[in-house]
Write a protein that binds this ligand. Structure first.
Ligand code: ADP
Ligand code: MG
Length: 139
């Protein structure tokens, strides 16, 4: 069954002109882009997006990194898109990310790890609605 997930290309990657290379990996791995936009998040938006992490020690750094420059947000569609996107992204820490993943090839650190991807059906629904109206998503 076709599924949708939210992807973000984070400021550390847009600042290093890695947007195209990252999109290449996502599309090459079988994910279809069905919505896309460029944004510069406000502190309030970033804080709300990452509200699940508000009590973590890394929260403030995470927010600062997310508002440092523009981001690209995309809705990606495929069979099992949520897990497929996470696989193409690689693990949160680039040190342990698998060969050929976005984070292995491009991330600088755990804090500057180049991409975000939804981690469940529930978070995908919340995160897609956070950035896109239904009429901005195509098939
Ligand atoms: P993921 O992005 O892989 O889903 P999490 O949802 O756990 O990871 O964390 C959100 C983001 O917060 C990560 O992508 C990373 O940038 C940052 N982060 C997570 N854990 C840490 C940590 N221990 N130290 C610093 N930053 C972290
Ligand atoms: Mg997460």
């Amino acid at each position: 069954m076709q599924q949708r997930t939210l992807s973000m290309i984070k400021p550390d990657a847009t600042q290093r002109n890695l947007t195209g290379k990252i999109i290449s990996k996502l599309e090459g791995g079988g994910l279809k882009i069905v919505a896309a936009k460029m944004l510069h998040l406000s502190k309030q938006q970033a804080g709300e997006f990452y509200v699940e992490h508000k009590d973590k020690v890394f929260y403030n750094t995470l927010i600062e990194n997310m508002i440092a420059a523009t981001i690209i947000v995309q809705v990606l569609q495929a069979e099992d898109a949520i897990a497929l996107n996470r696989k193409i992204m690689g693990s949160t820490d680039p040190e342990t990310a698998e060969t050929g993943t976005v984070r292995k090839d491009f991330a600088i650190s755990m804090q500057k790890n180049s991409v975000h991807g939804s981690d469940s059906v529930e978070s995908a629904a919340r995160e897609i609605a956070f950035f896109f109206n239904e009429d901005e998503i195509f098939n």
